[in-house]
Design a protein around this ligand. Structure first.
Ligand code: SF4
Length: 342
């Protein structure tokens, strides 16, 4: 079976080309065709000799992600892609300030968060760096047809990226490299449910990546009910790790807080959250919960959302309420994947 070159780093492509007796620079040409021009057939790579194209097709293939399903709303497109047999979701969000893509880092997730559809069937497997790259490139290839491109990336889809650390870093390096999209690290965001040792490992790399930490509750008791990881890494330890990350990188940490009606959206809970984050270089992203069909949670009222945000602001904690991208197309992570497996 031909070996798939799509998703390999430039160094790996150089290795493969050298094994065919070719000069290293040919790998750069191949990468440009695959990653920057969206060409997936050796035949069309017309700056390579016919002989080389023939030899490449004998041994290798170029297999990008394959589309299984797509859902559109005016500002959001959600994709279910096949990546070497794994079904993976990613989302394109069209903002006034550019196109943002949310990708998955794992197929399924082991973390067991109570509000999340992605974890219902557990973890299937880690995605490789190349498979994370493939999600971005699938969308970038589509945008190219409209003379547009991917401007920023959040690793916030299915999976816990810091549980797939080496592949995550490999992906971040690839998407930053000039032979793919060359995105600035400042345009990349990594979201975690709070794997403390790996927050510190990420900080130690000294990359100006935005870190986003999911809190979702202001007390250990409630957070442990919503997010089992809290029994391993409690709130205090997670926020302290966020503080170290901000100090090391100089980047403001975003704390994600899904607002669930009647569960974590009271004035008292807003005060508790503000206390937890006081003195932190932090911003809170409030996310009114999406109706997740498999789980029974209520949406917060508009009044509760406004009140929660005001209580934080009054205590000096900046907050934003996330615009509800794609609620009408089941954009909560894991929903499309789960529907397609029924
Ligand atoms: S919210 Fe994130 S970490 Fe939690 S189960 Fe879902 S995908 Fe996993």
């Amino acid at each position: 079976m031909p070996k798939n070159l799509y998703g390999l780093t430039l160094e790996r492509l150089q290795f493969e080309l050298q094994a065919l007796g070719q000069k290293k620079f040919r790998a750069g040409q191949l990468a440009a065709w695959m990653y920057q021009r969206g060409v997936h057939s050796f035949d069309a790579m017309d700056d390579l000799s016919k002989e080389l194209r023939r030899r490449l097709s004998n041994v290798y293939s170029v297999e990008p992600a394959r589309l299984i399903a797509r859902l559109n709303s005016p500002s959001t497109t959600k994709y279910l892609l096949d990546l070497n047999g794994a079904r993976v979701e990613c989302v394109l969000m069209r903002h006034d300030y550019g196109n943002s893509v949310c990708i998955s880092s794992q197929a399924g997730c082991a973390m067991g968060c109570a509000f999340c559809a992605s974890t219902l069937n557990g973890l299937e497997r880690n995605l490789t760096a190349g498979e994370m790259l493939s999600q971005v490139l699938y969308i970038n290839d589509e945008l190219r047809a409209e003379s547009s491109k991917v401007d920023s990336i959040v690793v916030m889809g299915t999976g816990e990226p810091l549980q797939n650390f080496d592949n995550l870093i490999g992906f971040l390096e690839m998407i930053h490299a000039p032979y793919t999209l060359g995105l600035s690290y400042r345009r990349l965001t990594v979201s975690t449910c709070g794997i403390v040792p790996n927050i510190d490992r990420l900080a130690a790399l000294d990359l100006p990546i935005t870190l986003s930490i999911s809190l979702h509750a202001p007390t250990d008791e409630l957070r442990s009910r919503l997010m089992p990881i809290n029994r391993t890494f409690g709130l205090e330890a997670v926020v302290a790790a966020g503080g170290r990350y901000a100090q090391r990188t100089g980047r403001r940490v975003t704390y994600e807080y899904i607002l669930i009606g009647g569960l974590n959206d009271s004035t008292e809970q807003a005060r508790q959250l503000a206390n937890l984050l006081k003195d932190q270089l932090a911003n809170v992203n409030l996310i009114p919960i999406n109706p997740v069909v498999e789980r029974k949670f209520n949406r917060p009222t508009a009044r509760a959302i406004k009140n929660f945000s005001e209580v934080l602001e009054a205590r000096g904690i900046g907050s934003t309420v996330r615009k509800e991208f794609g609620a009408e197309i089941n954009a909560a992570c894991g929903q499309l994947r789960n529907q397609q497996s029924i």
